[in-house]
Design a protein around this ligand. Structure first.
Ligand SMILES: C[S@@+](CC[C@H](N)C(=O)[O-])C[C@H]1O[C@@H](n2cnc3c(N)ncnc32)[C@H](O)[C@@H]1O
Length: 220
């Protein structure tokens, strides 16, 4: 998703109390709990889009801190519109950054869970390295998660889903659960929070796939 450039969006993002200033991101590496002023575990959504999932999750889980990463200011500004209506939430900040830079911003084990919701499929082979559930990104996620951390990926795109499963296998990630029809699996769907894309695609009759991973077991 890339929306038309919105004049003034960069300035508004720079002034928002809900967006961590871009230039300061590496300074928080290893100290993100201080940003929240709390020892709560920290979960990340990468490619949060318009942010509804994170706002609902933050509301339902006050004992967890949430960070939303989005590459484009024009998209982040939409999430900011919603965030500003929830000034009572003290457990949610947004970051405008590219997920390729994750390890420069987060220290080993600092993030307990990563959500990838309806990631862009990048269908052309020459763009495969940009797919967020791909092996290059799994290697980055492994560096910032603890051994019992999780990556939770949802999509309606069966090609991207198969690629994610194959990527996980190729990097020896543990597959904790895998379904190609989340909404009809009462056990796996329990507590599921829908994203904007999920609502749109499931309303159009697309089954929703979900893959839950944990990092590879240490050798020995
Ligand atoms: C298809 S949208 C999904 C939005 C939302 N997660 C949902 O499910 O409704 C994917 C989002 O990921 C963002 N994105 C793609 N690659 C990214 C990257 N490398 N770093 C940060 N965000 C990225 C895009 O800009 C877009 O907003």
């Amino acid at each position: 998703m890339r929306l038309r450039n919105i004049p003034g969006s960069r300035e508004r993002i720079a002034q928002s109390p809900y967006v961590i200033p871009e230039a300061s991101l590496p300074e928080h590496r290893g100290a993100w709990r201080e940003v929240f002023g709390s020892d709560r575990p920290i979960r990340l959504e990468i490619g949060m889009g318009k942010g509804r999932f994170l706002i609902d999750m933050a509301r339902q889980n006050p004992d967890v801190s949430f960070l939303g990463i989005e590459k484009y200011s024009s998209v982040l500004i939409r999430a900011l519109d919603k965030r500003e209506e929830c000034s009572d939430l003290d457990n949610l900040y947004f970051l405008r950054m590219d997920a390729a830079d994750l390890t420069e911003v987060f220290a080993p084990g600092e993030i307990s869970m990563i959500y990838l919701n309806f990631s862009d499929p990048w269908p052309k082979e020459r763009h495969a390295g940009r797919r967020l559930p791909g092996p290059l990104f799994l290697d980055r996620y492994r560096q910032i998660l603890p051994p019992d951390g999780q990556v939770r990926f949802k999509t309606d795109n069966t090609g991207l889903f198969a690629f994610a499963v194959e990527s996980a296998r190729s990097r020896n990630w543990q597959i904790l659960s895998c379904t190609e029809d989340l909404h009809h699996d009462p056990q796996l769907c329990e507590g599921n929070v829908m994203t904007e894309y999920e609502e749109r695609f499931s309303a159009a009759g697309h089954p929703i796939c979900q893959l839950v991973l944990s990092p590879p077991l240490a050798a020995g």
